[in-house]
Design a protein around this ligand. Structure first.
Ligand code: AHR
Length: 629
């Protein structure tokens, strides 16, 4: 093989490899969002969902009161009445509460004292009911006031519960009953699960697309994602039912899946900043999910949708003296978030979409030509409706078009050449959602097998080779709770205390951590390697670190070896490194208990003159790195 190391053919966009976050599979509530109390403000369809009454001797009760227009974003609260006995509410958490031993936990409650005098005991218990932490609160005010209390736990629990016990005589009104670990990502209050954010940070993603996915669209327009209801004080963020609230057999069944918006647009922008990723919000374009109601906003009713987009730019980038810039500043971030990209619509494709997209484009281009608009081509990567969207976008101002594909591993291998013939003059490509889905298990969708990851690796060499046209790519979905998923495969799995990277995660990591700055060619007999003898290859130059990085996928079941000559450069060291991701078992996958079944192994290798000899194990992704002069 020859690597034309001194002939960069195109820059690799810094945004090339990114992540796509959606609140699916308990990705936000019950996942990334570190809140442990489910239905903390009694706003679920059934207001007591997640809560159980603890009636010691029948002398207490809970009444759910709706204050309607007085507080439209958070209308319900609970009135607790007690009569000289202890009465309590117990919260089950999101499939239990994951509690760590010896750590601080912060309880908070919004409360308003009624008649009489009531004290509150707070107890964290494990699955057998053993107390593993407690604190108490008293002296409540007659006005709605937030009270807080912290405690340190004595034990670990995978499925803890929170008991809130009321003692005394009379009644008290309560709302926003909350429990957070002190240790969140950057120890922020209302924070994110640090272990899950770390998994994202380790990818060094070039961008983060948020907040979805289908939840942007909603099953119907009324339940679309509206960013304005997700910023400001958390008690003023209006909960809605999650679009992934589904009735299915366990573990997909999720009648209790709601969006608290504890993670809202401020938190997404902050997360993007923390992990060094460009924020890429996707907004509803006036259309509900085309797979559900397919409801659309009438064209002359589109203004509020377009205004949401204009206001979002002000929220992210506007001066603190502007209306929405001030909201950002008041939340703690006076500096702009430096938004550069904005997606209009998720996974939409037809005439209704294009018509609505154009209305956004007209307004946004006029007022914010600096923002790169991201259009959508829809979900079927070969076919008339997909081609229709692309054709319509040709003359548009869209900078990027979002393509989605959930296909078989075979499709991914075959499509390693997909972008070789894309129009170089039209909008650029954003491969916004993709994953290889096998059919190797009993529940219709596949596990994260090594074979699926290998197919994606082969395909990604094609994305990299075509970095002049592909500017962004993200696997989907990102997160899944092992006891509460609706869709698989997914990149990162977790339970209440642990997290595990899939083979697909390590493929993403190997590409993203080795993205380089410029594409260079890897040739065999003057041709690119994209499937011949089941070998797939791409290479980049990293002008910053002075390295050549070669990615080689051997999809065959037999080993093979190559001599690679690096043309036009001198190698600096007499050693190169190779990271190998492989498994002899195509159907192997990682689990929370066996995290490293498929895991990258790094080795050094010898260099002879300007040549490198590599052996590629069967079914392997190999990332070879050499320093050049
Ligand atoms: O990633 C899961 C879903 O797949 C997304 O919500 C949607 O955009 C696509 O259909």
């Amino acid at each position: 093989l020859t690597v034309l190391a001194n002939k960069p053919v195109a820059p690799v966009a810094p945004t090339m490899w990114g992540v796509f976050f959606e609140d699916i599979n308990f990705g936000a509530d019950g996942g990334l969002y570190a809140e442990l109390v489910k239905n903390r403000s009694f706003e679920f369809l059934n207001p007591m969902m997640g809560w159980k009454e603890l009636k010691q001797n029948g002398k207490g009760k809970t009444l759910i009161i709706n204050r309607g227009n007085e507080k439209p974003a958070n209308p319900r609260f609970a009135r607790i009445t007690v009569d000289s006995a202890q009465y309590g509410l117990s919260n089950e958490g999101f499939r239990g509460m994951g509690i760590q031993k010896g750590k601080q936990y912060n309880f908070s409650i919004l409360a308003k004292k009624g008649d009489g005098n009531i004290n509150v005991m707070i107890e964290l218990v494990n699955a057998t009911g053993k107390k593993i932490g407690s604190t108490s609160l008293s002296n409540f005010s007659g006005e709605w006031t937030k009270q807080t209390a912290s405690f340190t736990t004595t034990d670990t629990a995978v499925k803890g519960r929170l008991n809130v016990l009321f003692e005394g005589n009379g009644f008290i009104d309560v709302d926003m009953i909350s429990l957070f670990p002190q240790e969140t990502w950057k120890n922020r209050p209302n924070g994110l699960r640090a272990d899950l954010v770390q998994m994202l940070a380790d990818l060094k993603p070039g961008f983060i697309r948020f907040p979805g996915g289908c939840i942007v669209e909603g099953r119907e327009l009324q339940n679309r994602y509206q960013w304005k209801t997700t910023v400001g004080p958390i008690e003023d963020r209006m909960s809605i039912m999650n679009r992934w609230n589904v009735e299915f057999r366990a573990p997909r069944n999720a009648p209790d899946y709601f969006q608290s918006f504890g993670i809202g647009f401020y938190e997404y922008f902050q997360l993007a900043e923390d992990i060094g990723a460009e924020p890429l919000p996707i907004l509803n374009c006036g259309m509900a999910c085309q797979y559900n109601t397919g409801e659309v906003a009438q064209m002359d009713q589109l203004d509020p949708y377009v205004q949401d987009a204009l206001d979002l730019i002000e929220f992210a980038n506007g001066a603190v003296t502007t209306k929405w810039g001030k909201v950002r500043a008041d939340m703690g971030h006076p500096a702009p978030f430096n938004l550069k990209y904005l997606g209009i619509g998720n996974e939409q494709w037809d005439e209704q979409y294009i018509e609505r997209y154009k209305e956004f484009e007209k307004n946004l281009q006029q007022k914010h030509p600096e923002i790169v608009l991201v259009g959508s081509a829809g979900p079927s990567p070969n076919g008339p409706r997909f081609d229709y969207a692309w054709k319509e976008f040709k003359g548009s101002k869209a900078g990027l078009i979002d393509e989605h594909y959930y296909q078989s591993p075979e499709w991914f291998f075959k499509n390693a050449t997909r972008y070789d013939n894309y129009d170089r003059k039209g909008p650029k490509v954003f491969a916004g959602e993709y994953a290889a889905h096998g059919k190797d298990d009993t529940v219709t969708e596949s596990k994260n097998t090594w074979f699926s990851a290998l197919a994606e690796a082969a395909f990604m060499t094609g994305l990299e080779r075509n970095a002049d046209v592909v500017k962004m790519a993200s696997y989907a979905p990102l997160f899944a709770h092992v006891e509460a998923w609706q869709w698989r495969p997914d990149l990162i799995w977790f339970d209440n205390l642990r997290t595990v990277g899939t083979p697909n995660y390590y493929v993403q990591k190997l590409f993203a951590n080795n993205k380089g700055t410029h594409v260079i060619q890897v040739l065999q007999d003057g041709k690119v390697l994209a499937g011949k003898d089941s070998i797939y290859a791409s290479a980049v130059l990293d002008k910053t670190s002075g390295e050549v990085i070669i990615k080689l996928v051997n999809a065959a079941t037999a080993p093979t070896s190559y001599e690679i000559s690096l043309a036009g450069v001198k190698l600096n060291k007499n050693r190169a490194t190779i990271e190998v991701l492989t498994s002899p078992d195509a159907y192997a996958y990682n689990t929370l208990d066996q995290q490293k079944n498929i895991y990258p192994v790094q080795k050094t290798m010898g260099i002879k003159g300007n040549n490198i000899n590599v052996s590629l194990p069967p079914m392997s992704l190999n990332v070879i790195k050499v320093s050049i002069r």
